[in-house]
Design a binder for this molecule. Structure first.
Ligand code: NAP
Ligand code: MG
Length: 482
């Protein structure tokens, strides 16, 4: 158990949940419980929002300059780097990811705070020429108290993705991590206090979505919500926000296509395509889960891919395999049911990854699976599996490729593999996506790069300077100095 378990971090201190209820912390590699977190309720959220409000309106946090906020963020980045092994260990046990991946997540977390630490005092307003004798300034103001509801797939990274820009912009924050992976957020809250974040700037309340999460999104003291998770819950969040006239960013996942033309460099493409779907066991909003292949190279590409897929190793964090287990028994059953249904519908399995025979029996493991010749209207061609399942769909020509790429309700990320410069540009413009890669693929890549979707993938932009805009509002000041 961690020092923080069963308690929330509110107003700079640890507090027992008023509910006195708990939720188990489960190790997905074994299926066994190893600790407990608080199953918090409305009154705990109330307390956290009040602490954030106090920090913003009257506390030390609200009085800091942008430069001082930036320095604190940078100091936190350094503290994360100094404690990276510990943070990675916490994350690997809580989510099952290989240690190598958990370390990369800790590095990304530090990078978020480094980037936004540097950006805090470089996020400027503007002046606008207006009537004679008038001066107009447009300034950026923080929303006030921001609510952050996180999923379980990249808990530590996401702590950085959502909190660093919100804090850089000057907001006071309340975070509700996913009940299935709250350990790193609790540790990071303590670390933030250690580096000197004033009380109430960062509050972490654990609990279930339908209780603690809903209480946060609907709280009248919350001025903006940042949500990452499923489209279904995203709709609930947006409605809760609408009830008190606030906006939100929704990052809801995708069914992202990689489009491979006959002239593509397959030596470069194959390892990238495999990694884009097995990374984090496919539990990545921006996973490359659809492979659209020009028919003339279909067989050649499939042969190489099947070979690479069959070599993917699945293991526990300590085995440091290519991917780990699925987060929960429920998600494992969901992913497995997609695979079983596709098989029983006669879709050919071209290859499967290897489950190590020494895996613990209770772990939530699923074999990475490559499906060929997937019918365009099948569930695994259209729905987000959120597991290591890649669907191959052949196309005939450029127009067909664009139509197929745009044929889901999602629009988050896409990749185009071709050496034809004109085609690169045409597809970059025609394929619906918030990020589009040419001859590469970075699932959610680049802290500097604006990221977000449209349609069922959600709305709003995270990362880069775009996130600073979403976490603030403009105020236009007009001065008549005649
Ligand atoms: P989810 O239910 O949408 O969970 C995301 C977050 O929302 C969690 O913190 C969750 O709390 C919270 N939540 C749930 N119901 C809520 C409500 N009524 N009000 C406020 N907050 C609420 O996602 P999931 O059940 O974990 O996963 C289901 C599917 O979502 C996956 O198969 C995948 O397709 C998608 N997903 C997408 C992403 C992404 O990165 N875009 C990440 C995770 C999952 P608790 O979990 O703590 O109860
Ligand atoms: Mg867990």
């Amino acid at each position: 158990m961690t020092e923080a378990s069963m308690r929330n971090f509110i107003g700079g201190d640890w507090h027992e949940a008023k509910t006195a209820d708990s939720l188990p912390m489960i190790d997905p590699s074994t299926g066994e419980a190893y600790g407990e977190i608080a199953d918090s309720g409305e009154r705990d959220i109330d307390r956290a929002v009040a602490a954030a409000r106090q920090a913003f309106d009257e506390g030390a946090w609200g009085r800091l300059t942008a430069t001082e906020r930036g320095r604190l963020l940078t100091r936190f980045a350094d503290a994360v780097a100094a404690n990276a092994d510990e943070i990675a260990g916490i994350e690997a046990r809580d989510t099952g990811k290989p240690m190598r991946v958990a370390r990369a997540d800790a590095a990304a977390l530090a990078r978020y705070f480094e980037f936004y630490g540097g950006a805090a005092d470089k996020f400027h307003g503007e002046t606008i020429p207006y009537l004679d004798g008038h001066h107009v300034a447009v300034i950026n103001e923080p929303h006030g108290v921001t609510g952050h509801i996180l999923p379980w797939n990249y808990p530590a990274q996401m702590f950085g993705r959502t909190l660093a820009p919100a804090l850089a912009a000057g907001n006071a924050t309340v975070l509700k991590p996913a009940e299935d992976a709250s350990a790193s957020a609790l540790r990071l809250a303590a670390l933030a206090a250690e580096v000197g974040f004033p009380a109430g700037a960062i509050n972490v309340v654990t609990g279930r979505g339908a209780t603690a999460g809903a209480a946060l999104a609907s709280h009248p003291g919350v001025d903006f919500v940042s949500f990452t998770g499923s489209p279904e819950v995203g709709q609930i969040i947006q409605k809760l926000c609408a009830d008190h006239y606030i906006t939100c960013t929704l990052e809801l996942g995708g069914k992202s296509p990689q489009i491979v033309f006959a002239d593509a460099d397959l030596n470069r493409a194959v390892p990238v395509i495999v990694n884009a779907i097995v990374q984090n066991s496919g539990q990545t909003c921006s996973a490359g889960s659809r492979l659209l292949v020009e028919r003339s190279i279909h067989d050649a590409l499939v042969e190489r891919l099947a070979d690479a897929f069959a070599r993917v190793r699945v293991g526990t964090p300590a085995m440091d395999a290519d991917c780990g287990p699925i987060i929960t028994a429920k998600q494992q059953a969901r992913v497995q049911s997609f695979i079983d249904r596709a098989r029983s519908d006669g879709i050919p399995v071209l290859a499967q990854g290897r489950l190590d025979p020494a895996l613990p029996a209770g772990g939530f493991f699923v074999a990475p699976t490559l499906f060929g010749a997937v019918p365009r209207d099948h569930a695994i061609a259209r729905e987000e599996v959120f597991g290591p399942v890649l669907s191959i769909l052949p196309f005939d020509d450029e127009a067909d490729a664009v139509a197929l790429a745009n044929a889901t309700d999602y629009a988050l990320v896409a990749a185009v593999w071709t050496r034809d410069g004109g085609r690169q540009m045409r597809l970059a413009k025609r394929v619906r996506a918030g990020q589009l890669f040419v001859n590469c693929y970075g699932a959610g890549a680049g802290i500097e790069l604006p990221f977000g979707g449209s349609g069922k993938s959600g709305h709003g932009r995270e990362k880069g300077f775009a996130a600073l805009h979403d976490f603030s509002k403009t105020k236009t000041i007009v001065i008549d100095h005649r």
